[in-house]
Design a protein around this ligand. Structure first.
Ligand SMILES: Cc1ncc(COP(=O)(O)O)c(C=O)c1O
Length: 458
């Protein structure tokens, strides 16, 4: 350890290799060093207070400083700090958590496979479908349909599912077998005079054409988030999921739902699948499963997918996939406590109610003359800035206006996330109406203050 009054910023620049960061500008840019949190607030090392407007990274649903979660971790660490699930070993926290997840999820029965991150669980998804299809003699079924702007993670496979160029460039990704279909964004992509219904029909037809062009027998599954988070908080148009599921059903293609951001109350229901009438074959969850307090993720599969996997592992002698930390007892204990708090404190019901208030409050900023679209549901929203909102003309220098607004928000004590020219909001689910008012006041103030600078952006 260094001396007490060390220069953390300098040490950060000397030693830390930051994920998802402009590593070059990081050398000259201010580094926000956070120290502690309490409820929806976080405090930096100098004591400045911020609203955590993105719940960490779309994850701290219960807010900060929840000592019950710390106590659950401490208790489990003291009792059994580590134990594996390999080779038929097991432990109570993993068993009870798996049971609870099946009970809560849209699956009436099924199995839960634990991982540590959304990325590794989406990798697992791909491997499960490959494994099952090979066992079923469907060796050609290897392709995965994902969507442009979808975000599924950064491992080689999950980054291949991700439909964002910056997760591909120079990494030689996506790998072959990954196909990206259209982003369902009616405001932006809908044609003049096209109704939302027509637009959904067009998207389904495009999907069907893609499937036919690729060969339906070659497609293992489609993966989709109920709403796109990291792609810019893009909500599906009305009727989108039932329509695309009709197309998938026609060709016997299962749907994997990536609920890493949407699970556990974010859209006002327990799962985004409920909100958007999705009937998945398997589901990925992470983040709010532990309120972001400890790494844990899971893949939940239905019995139909599990069956051939079980049989194949019997033939081979082992199911050759799993992580040292799959079902880590401490992570499972913290997740169990998180789910207990959700239920006890009626957190999803609260999120639904405050979510409506939040959506109404932020809609007011549409009046600002460089705000094009305010979209959201429950406690998640995206505010997209346009050079000329009336004519839907975007900024040529994409990303500049979003960064100016997000920096201004940060200066005013509100952490948001710029995604090009969309500013994302995803506060902890425990936020109160009074705190929503505080958040919107800071946002409005920042929109005013940033106006002159943003107007100069081309
Ligand atoms: C929908 C979705 N899937 C997967 C991931 C990847 O999760 P992780 O960062 O835990 O690997 C994310 C991360 O934000 C996500 O939003």
């Amino acid at each position: 350890m260094k001396a007490k009054n060390f220069d953390l910023e300098a040490l950060d620049r000397d030693y830390l290799f930051h994920p998802i960061t402009n590593l070059k500008s990081h050398i000259t840019q201010d580094v926000l060093i956070l120290e502690r949190g309490e409820g929806i607030y976080i405090f930096d090392k100098d004591g400045k207070k911020y609203i955590d407007g993105l719940a960490g990274l779309w994850c701290t649903s219960l807010g900060h400083g929840v000592t019950e979660l710390a106590d659950a971790a401490k208790e489990q660490m003291s009792k059994l700090g580590y134990s594996t699930l390999f080779a038929s070993k097991s432990h109570e926290p993993a068993i009870l958590l798996a049971e609870k997840l099946i009970e809560m999820s849209p699956f009436s029965s099924g199995k839960v496979f634990f991982g540590l991150s959304g990325s590794d669980s989406n990798d697992t998804q791909y491997k499960l479908f490959t494994y099952a299809n090979n066992k079923l003699g469907k060796e050609k079924k290897k392709k995965m349909i994902a969507r442009k702007k979808g975000y599924h993670g950064v491992t080689v496979t999950s980054a291949s599912m991700t439909g964002l160029p910056n997760q591909h460039k120079l990494f030689d990704l996506p790998q072959e077998n990954f196909i990206h279909t259209e982003t369902p964004h009616y405001f932006k992509e809908g044609k003049e005079g096209e109704t939302e219904e027509d637009y959904v029909r067009r998207l389904s037809e495009t999907l069907e054409k893609t499937i036919l062009d690729e060969g339906p027998e070659s497609i293992a599954a489609m993966i989709a988030e109920p709403l796109m988070g990291a792609g810019g908080v893009i909500l599906p148009p009305k009727g989108y999921f039932p329509a695309i599921q009709d197309v998938l059903d026609k060709f016997d293609i299962p749907l994997i739902v990536d609920e890493v951001v949407t699970a556990f109350g974010r859209t006002g229901n327990a799962f985004g699948s409920e909100t958007y009438e999705i009937k998945p074959t398997s589901m990925t969850i992470a983040k709010a499963l532990s309120s972001g307090y400890i790494p844990i993720s899971a893949v939940i599969v239905n019995d139909e997918l599990f069956e051939p996997i079980k049989e194949a592992s019997g033939d081979i002698g082992v199911f050759g996939h799993g992580y040292t930390y799959s079902g880590h007892p401490v992570s499972c204990a913290v997740a169990l406590k998180t789910l207990e708090i959700y239920e006890r404190d009626k957190v999803f019901q609260h999120a639904k109610k405050v979510g409506e208030y939040f959506q109404n409050s932020i809609k007011e900023i549409l009046e600002e003359d460089y705000v094009g679209e305010v979209r959201g549901i429950g406690l998640i929203a995206g505010i997209e800035l346009y050079k000329d909102p009336l004519n839907k003309i975007a900024f040529e220098e994409a990303g500049k206006a979003g960064k100016i607004l997000s920096d201004t928000c940060q200066k005013n004590g509100l952490i948001v996330r710029p995604i090009l020219d969309t500013v994302a909001l995803c506060p902890p689910l425990i936020i109160s109406e009074k705190e929503v008012d505080e958040l919107t006041d800071k946002l409005k103030k920042s929109l005013q203050e940033a106006k002159d600078e943003i107007m100069k952006v081309h």
